[in-house]
Design a protein around this ligand. Structure first.
Ligand SMILES: NC(=O)c1ccc[n+]([C@@H]2O[C@H](COP(=O)([O-])OP(=O)(O)OC[C@H]3O[C@@H](n4cnc5c(N)ncnc54)[C@H](OP(=O)(O)O)[C@@H]3O)[C@@H](O)[C@H]2O)c1
Length: 241
């Protein structure tokens, strides 16, 4: 039996890409290709030759690159895990093009936050929103803070928390705020306040390793899989696999 490590292509070699590279061997991966903004302008680094022996790609790049990357990868049949945030408006196009190439093996998994703790947090937010949806005396807020180099605001995670709360029945106003300062890897908070009391739920990432490990577990799960998957929908299956 072959003990060949799975071969991973990194799209983006910044803070997250470097961490994925560092943790890849623990997850049975060898980094076989690294592409950044210059080597992959407009998706130009994604060629059949460069990706011939690649099992899966991980995209931690910039929002403006995700569509071109997916367009190039889909016909090559290389599945990709997209951790990049801020490209939600391109999701319908990305979904359509990946699904149209599924016969060629195209697959894409996306997630604004690959931390398992945040997946649990989404469910806590949904439960609290459902319980308070008809308690008109409670108003709610959402808040997040990240390091000052983060490009998008509010964060993709905050958008996802909001979607989760609304899907759970919260139909009243949500007051939303974002801060960008220092080196904070990511803190998200939801709160409910009434005349009588306050409920606060908060998730604090301590470093970026939870995101990188979640992306690597998702990458293993995606090898040989087709179609479009949201990390939030499949993470329980991923952590059991
Ligand atoms: N899903 C999650 O759990 C999670 C967690 C943390 C962060 N994120 C998101 O992940 C993304 C990356 O974060 P980061 O902190 O690593 O950012 P970063 O340090 O700014 O790195 C971005 C990288 O993308 C590269 N890049 C730019 N255009 C590219 C292209 N066309 N093809 C390939 N690479 C390209 C940049 O290369 P150059 O330097 O050459 O331009 C750089 O290496 C952000 O959207 C962030 O919000 C997601």
């Amino acid at each position: 039996m072959s003990d060949r490590r799975n071969r991973l292509a990194l799209l983006g070699t910044g803070r997250m890409g470097r961490l994925v590279e560092q943790l890849a061997p623990e997850h049975g991966f060898e980094i076989a290709l690294r592409l950044d903004g210059s080597s992959n302008a407009g998706g130009s680094g994604i060629t059949a030759e460069a990706f011939r022996s690649i099992d899966v790609a991980v995209d931690f790049s910039v929002a403006g690159a995700v569509l071109a990357n997916a367009e190039r990868l889909a016909p090559l049949g290389v599945p990709v895990v997209v951790g990049t945030t801020g490209w939600q408006e391109d999701l319908p196009r990305v979904r359509a093009l990946v699904e149209s190439q599924a016969a060629h093996g195209a697959g894409l998994l996306y997630g604004a936050n690959f931390s398992i703790g945040v997946q649990v947090f989404y469910r806590l937010a949904a439960a609290a929103s459902h319980l308070l949806a008809h308690e008109a005396s409670y108003e709610a807020w959402l808040w997040e803070i990240h390091h000052s180099k983060k490009k998008d605001a509010p964060s993709g995670t905050l958008h996802e928390i909001r979607r989760t709360m609304e899907a759970a029945g919260w139909a009243r106003r949500l007051d939303v705020a974002s801060n960008r300062a220092g080196a904070i890897p990511g803190t998200h908070q939801i709160g409910f306040d009434s005349e009588a009391d306050t409920i606060v739920l908060e998730h604090r990432a301590r470093d970026r390793s939870g995101f990188a490990r979640g992306a690597l577990r998702a990458a293993r799960w995606m090898i040989g899989r087709r179609g479009v998957h949201a990390f939030s929908d499949v993470w329980e299956e991923i952590v059991r696999s």
